[in-house]
Ligand binder design. Structure first.
Ligand SMILES: CC(C)(COP(=O)(O)OP(=O)(O)OC[C@H]1O[C@@H](n2cnc3c(N)ncnc32)[C@H](O)[C@@H]1OP(=O)(O)O)[C@@H](O)C(=O)NCCC(=O)NCCS
Length: 175
C-alpha cells in the first residue's frame, strides 16, 4: 500500500508528460524504428518478435508498415505499429499492436485506415489476415472495417495451458 499510491501518481504524471490521450498520427515504419516495433509487439503477444525479425521482414520486397505517434509528443515512444506484406494484387496484415495504455482510443483503426489507403493507391485487390476467434477487440476492429470470414484453421493457436482456439482467416475486398 505504501508503494501503491506513489506508483499511481507516477503513472498519471508520466501519462501527462507523454501526452496520453492526445490524437495520434501514422508515420512510415523505418528501419530505425524496428526496436520500437518490437517493444510494442512484446506488449501484445506471447511470442514477441525481435527488432531483427522486424528488420528482416521490413527488408522483404512489398513489405511496409506504420507507427502511430502522439501528435503532441514527437519524442515519445510510438503507441502502435502495423506491418503489411503485399505481393501481386494481394496483401496480408503480418501484425498489428497498440500499446496497452493507448487501446480503445481509435489508434488501431487509424493504422488500419492508413494501410487501406496505401493499398488502394497501389491497386491491391484484397487484404487478408488471421485472427484468434476469441480476440474480441481485434474482431471488433476488423468487423468495423468490413472484413469477412473466408476460412478457419481449427485449433491453430494454443495458450500457455495448452487450450486451443481456431484462427479465422478474414478478407477485405478493396476493388
Ligand atoms: C486489436 C487492437 C490492435 C485494436 O486497437 P485499438 O487501438 O484498441 O482499437 P480502436 O480503439 O481503434 O478500436 C477500433 C474499433 O474496435 C472496437 N473495439 C476496440 N477494442 C474493443 C474491445 N475491447 N471491445 C469491443 N470493441 C472494441 C472499437 O469500439 C472501435 O470501433 P468504432 O470504430 O466503431 O468505435 C488492440 O486491441 C491490440 O493491440 N490488441 C493486442 C494485439 C492484437 O490482438 N492484434 C491483432 C491480432 S490479429
Amino acid at each position: 500500500m505504501y508503494w501503491y499510491l506513489p506508483w499511481v501518481w507516477t503513472m498519471s504524471f508520466w501519462d501527462s508528460l507523454v501526452g496520453a490521450g492526445d490524437p495520434a498520427v501514422a508515420t512510415e515504419l523505418e528501419m530505425d524504428d524496428v526496436d520500437f516495433a518490437a517493444e510494442l509487439h512484446s506488449e501484445a503477444f506471447d511470442r514477441p518478435w525481435s527488432g531483427d525479425e522486424f528488420a528482416s521482414l521490413l527488408a522483404t520486397p512489398g513489405t511496409f508498415g506504420f507507427l502511430a505517434r502522439r501528435v503532441g509528443s514527437p519524442g515519445a515512444a510510438p503507441v502502435g505499429v502495423v506491418l503489411v506484406r503485399a505481393a501481386a494484387d494481394e496483401a496480408e496484415i503480418l501484425t498489428i499492436a497498440v500499446s496497452k495504455r493507448a487501446r480503445g482510443q481509435g489508434i488501431g483503426r487509424m493504422l488500419m485506415d492508413q494501410v487501406l489507403q496505401r493499398l488502394h493507391a497501389d491497386r491491391i485487390a484484397s487484404l487478408f489476415l488471421e485472427v484468434d476467434e476469441e480476440n474480441a477487440p481485434a474482431l471488433a476492429l476488423y468487423g468495423r472495417l468490413r472484413f469477412a470470414e473466408v476460412g478457419r484453421r481449427p485449433a491453430y493457436y494454443a495458450d500457455a495451458n495448452g487450450r486451443r482456439t481456431s484462427a479465422l482467416v478474414l478478407k477485405r475486398t478493396l476493388r
